[in-house]
Design a protein around this ligand. Structure first.
Ligand code: GTP
Length: 220
């Protein structure tokens, strides 16, 4: 959304894409999972009386719109990008096939995973962890608006403390709002490290990937 109240801000996508393309050009394989809160919030619709399944289907379809926008903007910037969709919509995107995703990554393409997991009741974060496990990613990096994981909401409490490192179990037992519990427990079960960091500080994507101590590392 960038600074818009709704929809897609191409300039924002360009800024983030420039960072990702820069890192990817150094040989880092990148899979991107994107939500659709800028277009449609499934959980809000379900709270307002819509069936959760229908609301989630709408949210998943909305992610395709975001993926196509990112793909197109990244391609205009010179990157090779493939969108793989968990829901079959083959006139607009390739169907998600794990082995195709691996092959695209090996060939240096940036892969964008569309339509979440393809199932209702699973969040974008869970989709990200699922795809990360499937493609044998080294790490999941979760881009947020805050610097990392805090012991309480930093927007409400001035004494909120940010963790440099925290375990999956602590995140779950303290109900810390990092990702939903399905996503966190899937990271734990597969020993997949997770780094939560602030997307809106320029250069942060590169810092995280290069191993600088940015954000919060969630691991065992
Ligand atoms: P290689 O197998 O390495 O050649 O990968 P490639 O993606 O370059 O080749 P492919 O011939 O599979 O795809 C060429 C273009 O068509 C790429 O932009 C793909 O994303 C796109 N493409 C492939 N399969 C589908 C599909 O089922 N639906 C849509 N919409 N596009 C597809």
């Amino acid at each position: 959304m960038g600074n818009r109240p709704y929809g897609i801000d191409p300039e924002m996508i360009r800024e983030i894409s420039a960072e990702i393309i820069d890192v990817a050009s150094q040989g880092v394989q990148f899979g991107i999972v994107v939500g659709a809160g800028n277009i449609f919030r499934g959980f809000q619709a379900s709270a307002q009386g819509m069936d959760r399944t229908s609301a989630d289907h709408m949210g998943m379809v909305a992610t395709v719109i975001n993926c196509l926008a990112i793909q197109n903007i990244m391609e205009k910037m010179g990157a090779q990008v493939r969108v793989l969709s968990a829901l079959e919509i083959k006139e607009v995107a390739e169907p998600y096939i794990q082995r195709k995703a691996m092959r695209h990554l090996e060939k240096g393409r940036i892969v964008i995973f569309a339509s979440g997991t393809g199932n209702p009741y699973f969040t974008t974060d869970t989709a990200a962890v699922l795809r990360a496990v499937e493609i044998k990613a080294d790490v999941v990096i979760k881009a947020t608006k805050v610097d990392g994981v805090y012991d309480k909401d930093p927007a409400k409490f001035t004494d909120a403390r940010m963790y440099q490192r925290i375990s999956y179990t602590e995140v779950l037992s303290q109900y810390l709002k990092v990702m939903d519990s399905t996503a966190i427990s899937m990271c734990r079960d597969n020993a997949l490290p997770l780094i939560v960091f602030n997307l809106f500080k320029q250069g942060n994507i590169k810092r995280v990937v290069m191993g600088d101590p940015v954000g919060t590392l969630v691991e065992e």
